[in-house]
Design a protein around this ligand. Structure first.
Ligand SMILES: NC(=O)c1ccc[n+]([C@@H]2O[C@H](COP(=O)([O-])OP(=O)(O)OC[C@H]3O[C@@H](n4cnc5c(N)ncnc54)[C@H](O)[C@@H]3O)[C@@H](O)[C@H]2O)c1
Ligand SMILES: [Zn+2]
Length: 243
């Protein structure tokens, strides 16, 4: 197999999805059956669900925070840390995962496209989101120090917009004109969730080389120049040639 060459003329954009955390024991989206305690996922992951029952939402995210607090990064996360150390500012990691495992592994140039389980924001005022590991297992809804309103997890829920600043950071990396060659690698993502699924086409428009590492074929596999089928924790550690 042809290696993914990461040399001084290369800039690399990586997109990760739930599959990259699967080998750490974090369930993927499909594995959850879209249900939690017999509630449809929209009840716990949409603004309407939060309006209807914020207490249920906090019980759900308290359980996810508690579950994710104990999990450890796997060799797939570690490989991305080594690539970043090698490439520096010629590396950017966009993740759809909210579990914080890339940061725990040591990745620094990370865009949390879908938010972060360990950050909280106010549903009622524009204060900055803040780091938060507290859990509210009995469903107490925490209150904002600033306005007294309801706090909520800093997660991009169904029907919500992604942060425009995050999308701009990814877009600027793709279109950067510094004489380097653009390479894009997506790993552990079903290619069904937008706008992440469209990044491959943005990269192709910028004449970048595109790689997919996934356990199964994804919804957009044919858009990639290279498809390496396998588990990210096994494939990523040996895929790249750092020169
Ligand atoms: N870890 C997390 O933070 C987490 C977990 C579940 C869901 N989510 C959210 O749910 C949505 C799901 O979209 P998605 O595309 O990220 O995930 P997805 O669950 O829709 O798809 C995961 C993909 O990864 C593949 N896969 C599973 N195990 C793998 C492995 N070990 N190595 C390589 N590939 C593997 C599967 O074949 C599948 O195609 C996202 O919006 C995400 O934010 C996040
Ligand atoms: Zn507030």
């Amino acid at each position: 197999m042809e290696p993914l060459v990461l040399d001084s003329k290369t800039r690399l954009l990586v997109l990760t999805g739930a599959g990259v955390s699967a080998e750490s024991g974090v369930p993927t989206f499909r594995g959850m059956d879209g249900l939690w305690e017999n509630h449809p996922v929209e009840a716990v992951a949409s603004p309407q669900g939060f309006e209807a029952n914020p207490s249920l939402v906090w019980r759900f995210y308290s359980q996810r925070r508690a579950g994710a607090a104990d999990v450890k990064p796997n060799p797939g996360h570690d490989a991305l840390v080594r690539w970043e150390e090698h490439l520096g500012d010629r590396f950017l990691l966009a993740t759809q995962n909210v579990d914080g495992l890339h940061t725990k592994a040591g990745s620094r140039r990370v865009v949390d496209m879908h938010g972060n389980l360990f950050r909280t924001k106010c549903a009622d005022c524009p204060r900055e989101p803040f780091a938060d590991t507290t859990v509210h297992p009995s469903g107490t809804v925490p209150r904002c120090d600033g306005c007294g309103g309801r706090l909520r997890p800093d997660i991009v829920w169904f029907g919500e917009m992604l942060d425009p600043g995050d999308l701009a950071r990814i877009g600027e990396f793709i279109t950067r004109k510094d004489g380097t060659r653009l390479v894009f690698l997506a790993a552990g993502t079903s290619g069904a969730v937008w706008p992440a699924a469209g990044i491959v086409d943005e990269v192709r428009s910028a004449r970048g080389d595109t790689w997919l590492v996934n356990y199964e074929s994804a919804a957009n596999t044919e858009r990639f120049h290279h498809f390496v089928q396998g588990l990210s924790g096994q494939v990523l550690p040996t895929l790249a040639k750092l020169v």
